[in-house]
Design a protein around this ligand. Structure first.
Ligand SMILES: NC(=O)C1=CN([C@@H]2O[C@H](COP(=O)(O)OP(=O)(O)OC[C@H]3O[C@@H](n4cnc5c(N)ncnc54)[C@H](OP(=O)(O)O)[C@@H]3O)[C@@H](O)[C@H]2O)C=CC1
Ligand SMILES: CC(C)=CCC[C@@H](C)[C@H]1CC=C2C3=C(CC[C@@]21C)[C@@]1(C)CC[C@H](O)C(C)(C)[C@@H]1CC3
Length: 420
């Protein structure tokens, strides 16, 4: 291996370095349980402590762990089935390119058919609502176990396979960010698998279980529940349909696979992103048709900006002469790549984040304005994307230098036009 193949030491630590990583390892699971316990209480007030801490016995349910393991195994099986195409990822440090299976959307369809059969067989979907906290505990333990396995595995990985963002030499920090970039067992890519399948498809299934719980309690699903489940299902299906696009995201290209993404993908996403539907079961909200149309319009505006900008950049990066982007104004960079300065990417520097945030708001509005809790997602997501934008900005400045400065001059706003 030549010296340039080796992953250099990570010098600039993010998230407050190893102390920040230590705090987040406790704060992230703590937040999940705080939110779920609050949502379970009658008042559902984030400003009050959610009553007594549940006993350990009430948090632990071997059946929940067994169902979770069966779920992950089903998704792993669907991932491995010989369906879908194979594509290559970006070029790695050792000049190789990994191959990835593109079949997440098919996995979703098969899962939907299995769920449909389970409805006909009258399987007890509301069980997930009744034991939600126990599922969250099982999932948190599973992601912790996976992160420990990933860190131990990374200790025997070649130096070129380590993540540029998670090779600081500090075990705690590297455990949190992820030490190895693309950990694989044979051709099974653990990070790529976890990024979209068990968590995102699981999020949709959890929402569906909550909808079934509403039917059990009230005879039919509420309009609010239908809107929340519909909006979020559209978002998940969109992500699965455009699976190939995640191969160029910073999660796949820069961050390793460690506690942050393992916990994020397998516990944080399914158990906090489903909070609106969880809230609606215990705190029903009446919404009229006019309000529903308004929420659908907001979601549609967000989706058009999100999808339009992501597709524009993906088309441009794949082939700058593609007729859909060939007419757009660009600026050259020293790397040979160009930057778009018109179209969606001329509006703000992260139009895809703007669209994502508008959709996030549309997912909370059907839950009414009496509680703050259903607005957790849009609040957290704003913080996540502002932080993510700063990380990306830093990387782009390093990568493109003067050209990036010129882009910032031409497109002064980061996410919100004329505001930020
Ligand atoms: N729901 C959720 O929890 C989350 C959703 N997301 C969503 O994921 C999607 C992907 O986000 P993310 O991975 O953060 O990053 P982006 O898709 O925004 O990609 C950023 C990269 O795009 C390229 N780029 C930036 N500006 C330009 C330009 N003007 N012209 C051409 N290329 C440009 C640069 O890479 P290069 O030049 O090297 O190609 C830059 O590093 C977003 O829609 C985001 O909202 C993200 C995080 C969480
Ligand atoms: C607070 C915490 C635990 C941080 C971990 C962050 C993760 C939850 C997110 C990092 C990037 C993500 C992406 C998606 C989900 C959330 C995480 C994993 C994503 C799969 C959602 C669907 C989108 O369409 C997407 C595919 C663009 C997106 C990719 C990034």
């Amino acid at each position: 291996m030549s010296a340039s193949d080796k992953t250099p030491r990570t010098k600039e630590l993010e998230f407050g370095g190893s102390l920040g990583a230590l705090v987040l390892i406790f704060v992230l699971p703590g937040t999940v349980f705080y939110l779920l316990l609050t949502c379970n209480s009658d008042e559902a007030s984030v400003l009050r402590l959610p009553g007594p801490v549940p006993s350990l016995e009430s948090l632990w349910n071997p059946s929940a762990l067994l169902i979770l393991l069966s779920w992950v195994s089903l998704q792993a099986l669907l991932y491995m089935l010989p369906m879908g195409k194979i594509v290559e990822g970006i070029t790695l440090r050792d000049n190789t390119r990994l191959k990835y299976k593109i079949n997440a959307f098919q996995a979703f369809l098969v899962t939907a058919i299995i769920a449909g059969v389970a409805v006909v067989l009258k399987l007890p979907f509301p069980y997930v609502y009744d034991h939600f906290l126990q599922f969250a505990v099982a999932s948190a333990l599973f992601s912790l176990g996976l992160s420990i396995f990933l860190y131990i595995k990374s200790l025997t990985a070649p130096e070129s396979a380590l993540a540029p963002g998670g090779n600081s030499g500090n075990p705690l920090y590297d455990f949190f960010i992820g030490h190895e970039l693309n950990p694989r067992i044979g051709s099974f890519d653990l990070k790529y698998f976890c990024e979209l399948r068990p968590g995102l498809i699981g999020w949709c299934l959890i929402n569906f279980c909550f909808l079934m719980k509403e039917i059990e309690l009230r005879g039919s699903p509420s309009l609010s529940m239908i809107l929340v489940c519909g909006f979020q299902a559209l978002y998940v299906m969109d992500a699965l349909w455009h699976e190939e696009a995640i191969l160029t995201t910073m999660d796949i290209v820069h961050d390793g696979f460690g506690f942050m993404l393992a916990f994020g993908d397998l516990c944080w996403v399914p158990f906090t992103y489903s909070l609106q539907a969880y809230f609606l079961v215990g705190h029903p909200q009446e919404q009229g048709m006019a309000a529903a149309v308004f929420f659908i319009l907001i979601n549609a505006v967000g989706y058009i900006i999100f999808r339009g900008s992501n597709s524009q950049k993906n088309a441009f990066r794949r082939n700058p002469s593609d007729p859909s982007v060939a007419g757009l104004e660009t600026i050259p960079t020293a790397t040979g790549k160009r930057l778009l300065v018109s179209g969606w990417w001329g509006l703000v520097r992260h139009p895809n984040y703007l669209g994502d945030l508008i959709m996030a708001l549309a997912w909370s509005l059907p839950c009414g304005v009496s509680h703050i809790l259903p607005y957790f997602y849009v609040t957290y997501f704003t913080a996540l994307l502002v932080h993510r934008e700063a990380r990306d900005e830093h990387q782009c400045l390093k990568k493109y230098g003067l050209a990036w400065q010129e882009y910032c001059r031409r497109v002064p706003y980061r996410i919100f036009p004329y505001i930020y």
